[in-house]
Design a protein around this ligand. Structure first.
Ligand code: FAD
Ligand code: HEM
Length: 392
């Protein structure tokens, strides 16, 4: 909890700090990467750095954390912390690196805000930073121990061998991988992702996350869509073949299908159906009697990855329906399922827990439609295939 004195100072300076985040973040990353070039080469996602998305996420989340602390001084925004902690553990950040971020972030704040950063202001924001950092470190330590499954928690990366690969669509490739170290495959909750670490042509080790699209007989399955101008997705599709080696983190991610017997709604767009496919596989494999409503949007039948899985798994489940929307359907297709996903024509059962995954505009629309249909915000969970800018 923030001390009363710091709370007052943070509240008074929040508009100035929040308003200057756009200037503080580039300076912070420039300083940090100048002092530690290895962090940009081998830890941070340089695609996100280049397109600016991650830059807003880190500092923005500190401002969001401060705002939440001021609004509810006795609560900790745990959902926000969990998402960040899962991501941090999956890329292998170390506790001692919080000092590096602190040093360069605070130097950037002083550079931008100048004399406004009195010793009192600096001390108050220091308190916010370390409250958040220490809370993250505690969650991350716990998570690392949990996912180590008997291995060394400091040893994140495990070697895997590709046992099969196949093309889902023109742009989506599925990889089936097994551990190459003789230990059993890790347990994954349906909806979780792995981080994949790849050595690129320039020697950099770049890390990206891929949701598991299923698990089977000691193997993990993930599916990669080729991103235009993307480094790692292209590298995996062009260079990772059957028999090839790849390094993966343990399965992580705070969005996973919760046990229970209430209705479930799985809504996705495009490649956002990878976690939904894992959830459907799990429901079918456990013979779940739950009411399951799948909703998916894609450009057309040919760009729709896991089209056959969706049909087969829906047929296998006793109480499941699927509603597929195509923007430009090929051949005959119902008019009410043509265009973007629209939940107004889909019956949402009372008591539904919803899982969403897709681009931000899709998530916003579907979330609003679910709220309008009476689903409480607490029962709507979503995964984003990039830094979660809803946090900021
Ligand atoms: C939790 C999670 C789960 C995910 N699950 C999946 C999944 O199941 N399947 C899947 O396919 N993906 C998934 N992703 C996305 C995946 O992690 C990668 O982000 C994706 O594969 C693109 O990576 P890349 O290296 O190919 O692209 P990057 O090289 O990272 O590029 C990303 C984008 O930035 C642009 N860019 C690059 N450099 C610049 C520049 N200099 N200026 C401007 N723009 C630039 C690129 O054109 C591209 O559009 C997931 C992400 C997360 C966070
Ligand atoms: C209090 C301190 C920190 C905060 C508030 C913070 C916040 C965040 C946030 C919000 C994200 C994006 C999460 C998502 O939505 O996916 C993130 C990702 C990340 N963070 Fe941190 N972070 C902190 C410390 C650190 C440290 C010390 C490091 C290591 C030097 C680090 C490295 C990373 C990396 C590598 C990612 C993934 C980036 C990417 O793939 O683009 N963070 N962090």
């Amino acid at each position: 909890m923030l001390s009363a004195k710091s709370a007052e100072v943070v509240e008074a300076t929040l508009p100035a700090v929040g308003g200057a985040i756009g200037d503080i973040t580039p300076l912070f990353y420039e300083r940090m990467f100048a002092a530690h070039p290895e962090l940009l080469r081998d830890l941070f996602n340089r695609g996100n750095q280049a397109n600016g998305t991650q830059r807003q996420a880190l500092a923005g989340s500190i401002a969001a954390f401060a705002t939440a602390l001021i609004a509810h001084p006795d609560q900790r925004p745990d959902a926000m912390l969990a998402r960040i902690a899962h991501k941090h553990v999956s890329v292998g950040i170390r506790n001692d690196q919080y000092r590096i971020v602190h040093e360069h972030l605070f130097a950037a704040i002083v550079d931008v805000l100048g004399e406004a950063v009195t010793p009192e202001v600096a001390a108050a924001w220091d308190e916010v930073y370390w409250l958040m950092a220490n809370a993250l470190v505690a969650v991350e330590d716990r998570l690392r121990a949990e996912v180590a499954a008997g291995g060394d928690p400091a040893d994140l990366w495990r070697p895997y061998t590709v046992v099969a690969r196949y093309q889902e669509t023109d742009t989506v490739t599925t990889f089936l991988v097994r551990p190459a170290d003789g230990r059993p495959a890790p347990v994954a909750r349906p909806g979780q992702y792995v981080s994949v670490r790849t050595e690129l042509a320039d020697g950099a080790h770049q890390i990206r996350q891929y949701s598991l699209s299923g698990t089977a007989d000691g193997a993990l399955r993930f599916s990669v869509k080729r991103e235009p101008g993307g480094e790692v997705s292209a590298h995996l599709q062009d260079h990772l073949h059957t028999g090839g080696a790849v390094e993966l983190s343990p399965p992580l991610g705070d969005i996973a299908l919760a046990d229970g017997d209430g209705p479930v709604l799985l809504a996705s767009a495009g490649i956002g159906n990878t976690p939904m496919t894992a959830m459907l596989h799990h429901l079918a494999a456990t013979g779940s009697p739950r009411t399951v409503v799948s909703v998916h949007g894609d450009r057309d039948q040919l760009s729709h990855a896991f089209r056959a899985d969706l049909a087969q798994l829906t047929a296998k489940l006793p109480n499941a329906t699927a509603h597929v929307f195509y923007e430009q359907p090929l051949g005959e297709w119902p008019a009410e399922r043509t265009g973007l996903v629209d939940l107004s024509t889909v019956e949402v059962p009372a008591g539904t827990t919803a899982y969403l995954c897709g681009p931000l505009p899709f998530l916003r629309t579907v979330r609003e439609q679910l709220l309008a249909a009476g689903v409480p915000a607490a029962d709507i969970h979503y995964e984003v295939f990039g830094p979660d800018l809803w946090l900021v």
